[in-house]
Structure formats: structure tokens, C-alpha cells
Design a protein around this ligand. Structure first.
Ligand code: ADP
Ligand code: MG
Length: 216
């Protein structure tokens, strides 16, 4: 069993969207639980809108002392969605302490990179948790956007997922209609949105530590 935390102290980075959509893809082949530890509960309202269409199990937990119990639950993968600021750091610390791996979504804009780097340096690297940055809400029509972000991450020697998550309206609509990326309907974008998260899920499955790293 592996616990994967999705974290970035910057709000709007794509944490909740990434948690829900990776969970949907991983759940096609494994037992998956999503845990919302964000007191703002955006994941919880998305899961509530989905109701029994949600293809994985879901729980909200804001008591730090309860998180250690996650590791004894009968799931293959547990994904934890975390708050977008450090004022709830008790629950965030508890989530990191039980995690084997961290996904750090970020928007590609230069102004978003700095808080993302701070998150990695201050709460992920000191714990020795393996991680990957995930560029999200990428618009390839904006000249240089993706290349500049990628070059900056390379300079900073921060490992990133090979795939990126493009910006599509279908993602922005999903929390309201309670669908996840494997269920999106309508526009052609839904296939591209699904392809993006499939690539990332495949890489995640390959790189997740074979043995637990939690005995730190
Ligand atoms: N790939 C994407 N394309 C378009 N909109 C997105 C994408 N990812 C997230 N969003 C939207 O951006 C906003 C912030 O995303 P969210 O996943 O809630 O970030 P966080 O959990 O880090 O605050 C939400 O309105 C969400 O619907
Ligand atoms: Mg969120």
C-alpha cells in the first residue's frame, strides 16, 4: 500500500483536480481511497456532487492524530489532498508524515514557481519524501510558457513528471457536475484531458517506491 500526498502551499495549483482525476484512473486497476484533509473541503464537495458515481472511496479527515491509521486500511493507493496554505500546518505535517511520495502540481507561470519551490524546500525535502513536480493548467498556445517553466525546474534540479496537464474547460466544470476525468462528457477536449492524466498515472505507477519509505 502506498500513500501519495498532493501538496503545494499555493492555492489554485491543481491539487484537488489532480487528486480526483489520478484517483479515477488508478481505481481502474486498484483499490483507491482519497482523503481530503483540507478544511476548505473542495474535494469533499466534489465527491458529494458525484455521489455513487465516484469510482473510488472517499473520506474527509481533519484530525491530525487520525492520519496514522490510514496505513492499516485495505487499499492499494491512498491519495491525500491538502490545504493550499500553511495555516493548517498540523494536518499538513501529519499527512506528509504518513506519505511515501509527494506530487507537487503547479501552474507554469513564473510567479507560481517560487511558492512551489518553497513548499518543496520547507516541507518535502526535509522529510526525504520522493516527489515529482506536475505542471498543470498548461496552455501550449502561450508562447514559451511550458518551455520556460520546464527550463526553470531543470535549473533548480527539481524532478518533474514527463507529462503535463493542459488547461481545459472540462476540468473547471467537473467539480460542479461531480464527474471525474474518466467520465467527462461532451467536447473533444475530454479525450485530451484524459490522455494527460493517463500519462501521469502511468509514470506515477512506475516510479512509486517499491518498498515503503515511511520508516524515516
Ligand atoms: N487542467 C485544468 N484546466 C482548467 N482548469 C483547471 C485545471 N486544473 C484545475 N483547474 C481549475 O482551477 C481551479 C483551481 O484548481 P484546484 O484543483 O482546485 O487547485 P487547488 O486544489 O490547488 O487549489 C479550479 O477552479 C479548477 O477547476
Ligand atoms: Mg484544493
Amino acid at each position: 500500500m502506498r500513500v501519495v500526498v498532493v501538496t503545494n502551499q499555493k492555492g489554485g495549483a491543481g491539487k484537488t483536480t489532480t487528486t480526483m482525476n489520478l484517483a479515477a484512473i488508478l481505481a481502474e486497476q486498484a483499490r483507491v481511497l482519497v482523503v481530503d484533509v483540507d478544511p476548505q473541503q473542495s474535494t469533499t464537495s466534489w465527491a458529494t456532487a458525484a455521489g455513487d458515481r465516484l469510482p473510488f472511496d472517499f473520506a474527509a479527515e481533519t484530525d491530525p492524530s487520525n492520519l496514522i491509521r490510514l496505513r492499516s486500511l485495505p487499499y492499494d493507493t491512498i491519495l491525500i489532498d491538502t490545504p493550499g496554505n500553511l495555516t493548517d500546518s498540523g494536518i499538513l505535517s501529519a499527512a506528509l508524515d504518513v506519505s511515501d511520495f509527494a506530487i507537487v502540481p503547479t501552474e507554469p507561470e513564473a510567479l507560481c514557481i517560487e511558492p512551489m519551490v518553497r513548499t518543496i524546500r520547507s516541507i518535502i525535502q526535509p522529510r526525504g519524501i520522493p516527489f515529482r513536480v506536475l505542471l498543470s493548467k498548461v496552455d501550449f498556445r502561450v508562447p514559451g510558457q511550458w518551455i520556460n517553466a520546464r527550463d526553470l525546474l531543470e535549473q533548480l534540479e527539481l524532478p518533474m513528471f514527463a507529462g503535463v496537464i493542459r488547461r481545459y474547460k472540462v476540468h473547471a466544470d467537473a467539480p460542479i457536475d461531480g464527474s471525474v476525468v474518466t467520465q467527462y462528457r461532451g467536447s473533444r477536449q475530454r479525450w485530451k484531458a484524459l490522455e494527460d492524466y493517463r500519462l501521469v498515472a502511468a509514470q506515477l505507477t512506475r516510479i512509486l517506491p517499491q518498498s515503503s519509505s515511511v520508516v524515516r
